[in-house]
Design a protein around this ligand. Sequence first.
Ligand SMILES: Nc1nc2c(ncn2[C@@H]2O[C@H](COP(=O)(O)OP(=O)(O)O)[C@@H](O)[C@H]2O)c(=O)[nH]1
Ligand SMILES: [Mg+2]
Length: 389
Amino acid sequence: MITVGLAGKPNAGKSTFFRAVTRAEAEVGNYPFTTIDANRGVAAVRTDCPCDEVDGLDGYCGNCREGRRYVPVEVIDVAGLVPDAHEGRGLGNRFLDELRQADVILHVVDASGGTDEEGEPVEVGAHDPQEDVEFLEHEMEMWIAGVLRDNLNGLVRRSKTPEFELDEALAEILTGVGASETDVQHALRRVELPPVGDWGDEEIEVLAREVRGLSKPTLVVANKLDVAPDGFVDALVEDGAVPASAESELALRRADESGVVDYAPGDGSFKVTGDISDEQGAGLESIRNTVDGYGGTGVQKALDTAVYGTLNRITVYPVGNENGWTDGSGNVLPDAFLLRDGATPRDLAYAIHSDIGDAYHHAVDGRTKQRMSDETELEEGDVVKVVTA
Ligand SMILES: Nc1nc2c(ncn2[C@@H]2O[C@H](COP(=O)(O)OP(=O)(O)O)[C@@H](O)[C@H]2O)c(=O)[nH]1
Ligand SMILES: [Mg+2]
């Protein structure tokens, strides 16, 4: 499963975001929306379910909510980070240990400017959130550079042996930061470095920056949209951030669960459906003011953008029967996999199970019912039957 790390300074809203997206929701299919432990849980990205193409289902397939399909991802609420954590400040080491497991980082920034660079409360607008954006990437780069520096002597020694391969040796060193051999190979291709024996701080930092960008891609969430000055939000959004209000999302998911509103994560708005007190009504109205201006609370959009945008994933649906799009028990579109862009039918087979991958013979397109080429690059929403030998 893809792991999304929620990172940032204390009081930015990471835990609120985490609680909102990992809430158990009985209505949302039968996913195990669970909190695995206090800071690790299962959330979901949202996409359009292809089930409305199946005759007789009337747009309802049991694995989606009126055509909205939620595909599980793991989320980690990473310990709050303060500048210079790579030197062991604050909860630095716990932070790095949790970060290692993340495929993509959602950097939760307090866009209201109501907390200083260490997360201490100040007057709203007093701290420029733009200043928070870069420090997280810098901390990650310094962490990776530190790992490289600690292992440099060994690397130089090994480089003198005949069987030495730089990318393999680096990948071994960098497994501790969660970088893959492919990440390392791509990073090496992007930088021009002298032989290992001549590396100094500069070479190490250049390499660390590339490795960080590839193995820990980051998306900024401009949180606390509901109280943030417009100028702060706009400046962050201009640099690619997704504006969000984690607190509003949490309130809406709770209200939906208790039947007070009709709201599905990722919806642009919500309907009040239950009897509410004046106080609840006022609370919901203020949430409405926030979400109406931005087409939603932004929380689901942030998760979706991290997975489908930053990580470039696509949703592919394997089926046992290419005609009814069912599994052996008749469930329509029972599974959804988040594959890398460019994945082939064989990659899908391996994502289902390594035994299925090993036994892969060919695949059938669920729409055309034709046999697919092994080189086909799958696309968002593809429905595929894998045939094993
Ligand atoms: N107004 C507003 N407050 C928020 C939002 N998200 C979080 N907060 C508040 O910010 C404070 C810190 O939130 P928390 O999630 O504990 O931050 P963390 O330290 O990053 O985990 C709490 O008082 C939250 O209620 C938001 O979207 N809007
Ligand atoms: Mg927290």
